[in-house]
Design a binder for this molecule. Sequence first.
Ligand code: G6P
Length: 579
Amino acid sequence: MGKMTAAPILVKCLKRMEYRGYDSVGLATISKKRILIKKGVGKVDDVNKLLHLEKLNGSVGIGHTRWATHGGVTYKNAHPHQDCKNEIAIVHNGIIENYNELKKSLITKGHKFKSETDSEVIAHMIGEFLNKNNNIKKAVINVANKLKGTYAFVAILNDGTLVGARYDEPLIVGVAKDGYYISSDVLGFIEYTDQAIFLDNNEFVIIDSESLTIYDANGSKVKKRITRIAWELADVDKGKFAHHTLKEINEQKHMISKAFSIRQSDFQEFVNVLASSKKILITGSGSSYHAALIAKQLLSKFCKLQCETILSSEFQYSSNVLTKDSVLLAISQSGETADLLQIVKTVKESKAKILSLVNVTTSSLARASNLFLGINCGPEIGVAATKSFTAQLSLIYRITNELSIPTMRININEIGKFVNNILNSSKNIVKIAEQIKHIGNIYVLGRGLHFPIALEAALKLKELVYVHAEGIPAGELKHGPLALMDENTIVIMLNPQDETYEDTLSNVYEIKARNAIIVGVSNVNNNKYDEWIKIPKAKDLVYPLLEVIPLQLLAYYTAVKRESNPDYPRNLAKSVTVK
Ligand code: G6P
């Protein structure tokens, strides 16, 4: 909301927010006290080309890109949603768990629903309340009290008022000279202002032509600090690359040393807490969980720390008990993953310390942590994690360097050079991508530190190529997976010359005897490999970082050859803020 026409700004901002969801897109603006809406199924650019979203009039507006949870990907389910009288429009992130109950009660009061979404109830509830008592502040408090689940919603009223409220979903206000912005990520408005106010849970904001006021759940005004956001805008453009994913894979040559440039003073306290803890529970989701698996191996083996790992989504069913002398080490790119934030909430009550490695240092995770270290890799737009994963690993190496004996320490400058060489030899990977593009089953095998990379490589292939890919601990081959091997399978063997080399080589022979096609990832070639992805000879513990990069490239190039968009894989979202 501001002095400028809202729609073209909203379209630009939504393009930056597309990583959150990209099933459908919609805008609502206010012009001459009327709410105007345009929405459609597809990505921002496509829908905009068709419907000219940016032509909507008015200086107040809201917009949304959707990642479907309740209700299919249809025009009707696209946000914004309205109340019956078209006096209110809302956009919503999260899940309203009791929406069925709320919907039924609204229907008995005469409300007519247009969509299958949980979100639409919010528009009708605000409408219902305003009908009886024309006070938007009271309406928000009342609605918030009735909603169960998670939400960040923004509503516009046809009188020009803008309202935002949150519970367990992020919502941030951008304060610019010529207007205000409300977004679920600073990326939504970073082009226009670097001044941000982070709403806390249960807070809401009301902005009208005269003022911006933030309230707590009871309606008392709250004074909030303005935070200056440091990210550079240039980082969110593709530059000379065909896709964000390729740009981000290439950025890894710079990212890796960044972890080592964090000031020692910022780093020391974090490391001290880890070193003095009785038990460290390391958690994350997706790629961040794979980083957690590597952290566990390095910290327990080389630093003699008591570590366990758990997938964030599994924590609630586990019997993990953290006492006040334990640490939860949470790893996340976004710092907004709902499964992870759920653990943080539980662990907070146990008084154990929460330490995090996080990219978005203004995120809910960073703010809930006792201490955090920024992985510092800049905005990652491609939905599949690439540079954030290796940046997490770098920070884990730095921690390991600090807490292990000197002979185990790694030389980060050397790794930077290795990564550069790998990135410069992608021709071979493009050739392998051509060979595997029609294969339906890909297995990635590795032992020890390579197993988490097998999982990560398989995840990249699933996410980008939509192929059945499985990461398997190579030692388990004969306990089942060997039955799957035949001439139609591709097996990627993670096999550099370290302590796992000889045993993994035996697996190579077993697989070759069943005629599967083998891609060896190693510093040395072998005549059983049909294809060899060469990585440099390095210190044993560095191999995970070196072998994951060519496999990210392999997933990327195979996706491109199959004509899918690697930046926006189907059905996925980058920041999964719902459970
Ligand atoms: C989503 C993304 C993954 C990511 C995971 C964890 O599923 O698609 O790429 O690894 O979330 O995200 P986080 O931001 O917590 O690292």
